[in-house]
Write a new protein. Structure first.
Length: 378
């Protein structure tokens, strides 16, 4: 199995290298800055693998990786179709670009991708009921809550940059936080109320510029929101890792180890099934589309996870919606394109994590190793 994983990673690296070679050959004139342009691209790619969350490298990587998104792929194909002039437009590339845009912005496709990601949560819960023996627990969902000693709320930094199509907003004048973050904090507080052991709560959405007045105000707003929902101030910890799942895993391991709530394994050591069942749990609150990568990243480093996904898009349709509502699922819209893009970006991020060795072998099904709660909320 290790050889198979190594070969898979090698093939992925070769595919990325070939894609970069093709992009350099197609997009940069051969007689003009070819080596310099290619060297800069490779330098940015290497830097992104060293520190993918660097604020300087990030914008360059977003520009280079634009063709990897549905919208970026369509734009790239249209530019290539026009590369020989308006009178010699490549019709096949234009048709391919329109097909990518149409499919990726169709609500039916976006809903299908969301449901696929979210149904794994229900499968995980069903598997947990099967794996939970009657002599160990009376209810499958009671075990992870009894053993939960920490909670991690994964969210974008409170002062994160917003692209122009997503204008920043806040719930009301007294809460200068993004409504999505507020909803996630409220959802986490609901879970906290079900845990008897009063777990330590870590929020990754701390302001990147925490030293500024605005950063301190945003961090205080996050803390106050949780306090108002019944979480003690001493149990709240705010960090700045944002959606950097790997950085959050490393921080949580160190944090729990210092408090003797987690014991890292030595080289070559393995936990028994009984050890895993009695180990302390970490409740991970994250978007449903990102939950699989987040949960497996924690599990890969030995942290037993209870998954609590938020922001579910794949809610079932009512039978009363009628035929016209179902036909409207075939009409492209911006919202569907945004969901499809998020799904695709998460897929690419999972591939990146796998190549870095931050995820378990791809043969391991996450719904067999990650516990979930049975009532995820938005």
């Amino acid at each position: 199995m290790d050889i198979l994983n190594l070969l898979t990673r090698l093939l992925l690296w070769l595919a990325i290298g070939y894609g970069l070679w093709w992009a350099v050959k197609k997009l940069i004139p051969e007689k003009w800055l070819t080596w310099l342009g290619g060297g800069l691209i490779l330098l940015v790619v290497m830097a992104s693998f060293i520190d993918p969350n660097d604020r300087t490298i990030g914008p360059f990587w977003e520009l280079i990786s634009l063709p990897l998104s549905p919208l970026g792929a369509a734009i790239t194909m249209l530019l290539l179709a026009l590369s020989k002039g308006l009178k010699k437009v490549e019709g096949k590339l234009v048709l391919a670009a329109l097909a990518v845009l149409w499919v990726s912005s169709t609500p039916l496709v976006a809903r299908g991708l969301s449901v696929q990601a979210e149904e794994s949560v229900q499968r995980a819960y069903d598997n947990q009921r099967t794996l939970c023996s009657s002599n160990f627990c009376a209810a499958a969902d009671a075990v992870p809550l009894q053993l939960a000693r920490a909670m991690v709320i994964v969210g974008d930094n409170a002062d994160a940059y917003r692209i122009s199509s997503q204008l920043p907003s806040q719930s009301d004048a007294d809460v200068p936080l993004d409504p999505i973050l507020v909803s996630r904090l409220n959802s986490a507080a609901d879970v906290y109320g079900r845990v008897a052991a009063a777990p330590l709560v870590t929020v990754t959405a701390g302001a990147r510029d925490g030293s500024s007045d605005l950063g301190q105000q945003l961090d205080q707003s996050i803390r106050q929101r949780l306090i108002n929902r019944g979480i003690p101030n001493d149990n709240i910890r705010i960090i700045q890792t944002g959606m950097d799942i790997r950085g959050t895993v490393e921080d949580q391991k160190s944090f729990l180890t210092d408090r003797q709530l987690f014991a890292p394994l030595g080289r070559g050591e393995r936990r028994t099934e009984r050890d895993n069942r009695t180990a302390n749990r970490v409740i991970v609150v994250a978007p449903a589309l990102s939950m699989r990568r987040a949960a497996l990243a924690f599990e890969n480093d030995g942290l037993q996870v209870v998954a609590w996904p938020t922001e579910l898009y794949g809610s079932p349709r009512s039978r009363a919606d009628g035929t016209l509502a179902r036909v409207s699922d075939l009409v492209p819209n911006v919202g569907a394109l945004r969901i499809t893009t998020r799904y695709w970006e998460e897929l690419l991020a999972s591939m990146y994590y796998y190549m870095r060795g931050w995820l378990p072998p791809f043969s391991m099904r996450w719904d067999e190793v990650v516990e979930t709660l049975d009532s995820p909320v938005n």
